[in-house]
Design a protein around this ligand. Structure first.
Ligand code: R1P
Ligand code: HPA
Length: 329
């Protein structure tokens, strides 16, 4: 199917003053005609559109990847590990959104890692960029139709749990979907059973075997004291949280907070992928009032910490992928 667009005000600027699309177009000049969808009428992408994007990637790369990776802010180096990479700029993929956030390059990288076939998003889509959640997580469905069975979702996050230090890694074992509390979901709109059920269950969303394997790997790497297992929550952003919000999240049992990942995990579980996710703690969140400037999160710090810790994150991911690959060989 050609001629599809999601017309809901994603004519955003990329931060350099270049507007990548106007009047709700996705800014592609690939000759695709516009169809008559709006976010209000139908925020989802038809199956055939996802299929067309997946075909573009599998034919263009000559691969059907088994593992999908989403690189968090400043964690794009996860995709740089991929061997014999075939690179697809988001702007050149039909009907794909574009990345607008610093630290999110906007490329899909397909190749092999530790013997496994993988595809990695070097740049994810966030709700605060102006994309509806279904659009933010649409690439997860593309991954599914490319053949992906495992989703590795990574993010940079603020540590709310007082035991967490900057640079620690929190393996996600659950989440609190704050956007869901507000009535928003990537699964809103008509359900296509070819992806999954109308009412998916989300208990056990985070694969326990993969968490346990990651803990073993962290021990072998000698970083077990920097590894935690905890609960992540996604807020809409782009502002960081107030002290009162952080206090409330802590009372709800949240250990780390960010602005992503949850809708990707929901979409992945809906279509029955196995999920592994972690947060790199890039800043400590204050849960008490003070005059300290240090308490204010900022994206430069987030990126700097991610850069400093990319080696450990890369090793954790590549060793876990190796285990998956060896177990299935
Ligand atoms: O979740 P990722 O994409 O890693 O990015 C995190 O870092 C940014 C804020 O610094 C937000 O986008 C937040 O979600
Ligand atoms: O403190 C934070 N809050 C929300 N998102 C984030 N991403 C990195 N750090 C943070």
């Amino acid at each position: 199917m050609t001629g599809y667009k999601v017309a809901n005000g994603n004519g955003h600027s990329n931060g350099n003053g270049n507007t990548k699309g106007t009047n709700g177009t996705n800014g592609h000049s690939n000759g695709h005609k516009s169809a008559d969808y709006t976010a209000q009428e139908n925020p989802t992408y038809p199956y055939e559109v996802i299929e067309e994007i997946a075909d573009f990637i599998t034919k263009g790369s000559g691969m059907r990847p088994k593992i999908g990776i989403i690189c968090g802010s400043g964690l794009g180096s996860l995709a740089d590990m991929i061997q014999d990479p075939k690179i697809f700029e988001y702007e050149k993929i039909p009907n794909f959104p574009v990345s607008t956030v610093e630290g999110h390059a906007g490329r899909l990288v397909v190749g092999t890692l530790e013997g496994a076939t993988v595809m990695a998003m070097q740049g994810r889509f966030h709700f605060y960029e102006g994309y509806p959640l279904a659009k933010c997580s649409m690439p997860v469905r593309v991954m599914k139709l490319c053949g992906v069975e495992y989703l590795f979702a990574t993010n940079a996050a603020g540590g709310i749990n007082p035991r967490f230090a900057v640079g620690d890694i929190m393996l996600m074992h659950d989440h609190v979907n704050m956007l869901g509390f507000a009535g928003n979901s990537p699964l809103q709109g008509p359900n296509d059973p070819r992806f999954g059920p109308r009412f998916p269950a989300l208990v056990n969303s985070y694969n326990k075997d993969l968490i346990n394997k990651a803990i073993e790997i962290a021990k072998a790497m000698g970083i077990e004291s920097n590894i935690h297992v905890g609960v992540y929550s996604c807020l809409g952003g782009p502002n960081y949280e107030t002290i009162a919000e952080l206090k409330a999240l802590r009372m709800m049992g949240v250990d780390a907070v960010g602005m992503s990942t949850v809708h990707e995990v929901i979409t992945a579980r809906h279509c029955d992928m196995k999920v592994f996710a972690f947060s790199l703690i890039t800043n400590k969140c204050a849960t008490e009032y003070s005059d300290k400037k240090d308490d204010e999160a900022n994206h430069d710090e987030v990126m700097a910490v991610a850069k400093n810790r990319q080696k450990a994150c890369c090793e954790l991911v590549s060793r876990l992928i190796r285990e998956i690959h060896l177990a299935s060989a």
